[in-house]
Each structure stands twice: as C-alpha cells, then as structure tokens.
Design a protein around this ligand. Structure first.
Ligand code: PEP
Length: 248
C-alpha cells in the first residue's frame, strides 16, 4: 500500500519571520495521520526551518538542487549542502524552473541523480503546457520528461523518488485539472513505469499539482493513482495547507 504525501512548495514567498511562523503553524495543526507531509522552502530559510521541524514529522525539502556535486558554479546549492540541513526532498524540474531558468530534461535528470547520490528524495515534476495538451502532445511530453531520467538514472531509481504531475496550465492559474483529467495522466505515468518495472510502479508516489485547494483536494486524492499533492499557493497559509493534508 502506497503512503500518501502532501508537499508544500513555498516558491519565492515570505520573510524569515513569516517562514518560521508558517512552519510552526503547520506543525501545531498536524493530526496523527500516517500520510507524509513536507514543505519545500526557499534555500535561504532552510537552516531556520530545519530547526523548527526537527522534532516533528513535518519533513523539509528544497525547491531545486544543483546538477553538479561541487565546484565553480556560482549561485548553485549542492545536494551535499542540503543534507547538512536535513533536507529529505528536493523538487527537480518544476515547470517554473524549466520555463524561466532554462532547466532542460537533461539538467533535470542530472539534478535528480545528484539528489539521490546524497539520499535526498527527488520530486520529479512533469507536465504539459496548454498548447501541448491542445495538440494532443500530453503523453509524448511526459514520455520525454520521464525517459530523460530513466535513461541516466535507471528505472530502479524510482524506488527512491516521487513524481509530481503538474499540468503547466493549472499551476498558479486557479484552473485545476478535473479529477478525471488528472487521474488519466497519473494512470498513464504509472503504466509507463509499470511496463518497465511493475513493483516500482505499484509503490511509486505520484502527486498532483496545479491549483489544488481545500475544496478540490478530496476529489483529486480519491482517484486511484493520485497519491497526494504538490501544493503551491495554498501551502502559504497553514490552515488551507492543513485542510488539504486532512483531505487525504
Ligand atoms: C506548484 O508550484 O507546484 C503548484 C502546484 O502551484 P499552485 O498550487 O499554486 O498551482
């Protein structure tokens, strides 16, 4: 049985003080659910938030990780650095990174490998743009995004990874994929992985991301291949993030 997981992506929001109080608010409202819960916070707040979460079951993650281990890469943060602050997860390939910062399928695969080398669980974000969906390219785009990682890391690596299906047209737009639209792609992803390794596919956590909110989370999470969510805007408020978490 797969464990469910809800992950907040704070993006570039908040202040040092508001970040700490948000993390404290989430911890204060945690129930005794068995589902996992994590927050991916701005790099600069990771040290502070590591202190806040240390005796709780709220896990910590980063929003990216360098594609190299160390060296002359100004502005980058390595996986080894993240492990010093108990980061358990790292987002890789978020569409905002792919769109605004030029992260390619190849660099995303390298980031994924760097995270895993340091025992950080990569959350591999995949998903199509509206234009790609309208041109019936959704599955082809997802194949390419997955293949880039499978080619370098191997299918077995997905035993220590999470996939987030995030249709780009639904991120931060208020337009959520319908439960059925999301399920269709989640099922496709699971079958794609299953064709290469059935056991890995059965245990793989596949999260939905894209304008998930307290009022639509229950329906999405009830779908058989949706194992939780990657939550952007709604994770910036403890109450709404917790409501989403409690919808699992
Ligand atoms: C995200 O950034 O991963 C995301 C899903 O954002 P939002 O929930 O705001 O659409």
């Amino acid at each position: 049985m797969r464990q469910s997981l809800v992950v907040g992506n704070w993006k570039m929001n908040g202040t040092r003080a508001s970040a700490q109080s948000l993390a404290k608010g989430i911890i204060a409202g945690l129930n005794d659910s068995e589902a996992g819960i994590a927050i991916c916070v701005p790099y600069i707040y990771i040290a502070d938030i590591a202190e806040v979460v240390k005796d709780s079951r709220l896990a910590l993650g980063s929003q990216n990780v360098a594609d190299k281990a160390s060296g002359a890469f100004t502005g980058e943060i390595s996986a080894t650095m993240l492990t010093e602050f108990s980061c358990q997860y790292a987002l890789v390939g978020h569409s905002e990174r792919r769109t605004f910062y030029g992260d390619t399928n190849e660099s995303v695969a390298a980031r994924y490998c760097q995270a895993q080398e340091q025992k950080i669980i990569p959350i591999l974000c995949v998903g199509e743009t509206l234009e790609q969906r309208e041109q019936d390219q959704t599955f082809a785009v997802i194949n390419e995004q997955l293949d880039a990682v499978i080619d370098v890391a191997g299918i077995a690596s997905f035993a220590n990874a999470v996939i987030a299906y995030e249709p780009v047209w639904a991120i931060g737009t208020g337009k959520t994929a319908s439960d059925e639209q999301a399920q269709e792609v989640h099922q496709y992803i699971r079958q794609y992985i299953a064709a290469k390794d059935q056991a890995i596919a059965e245990n793989l956590q596949i999260l939905y991301g894209g304008s998930a909110k307290p009022d639509n989370a229950k329906g999405l999470f009830a779908m058989p291949d949706i194992d939780g969510g990657l939550i952007g805007g709604a994770s910036l408020d403890a109450e709404s993030f917790l409501k989403i978490y409690q919808s699992i």
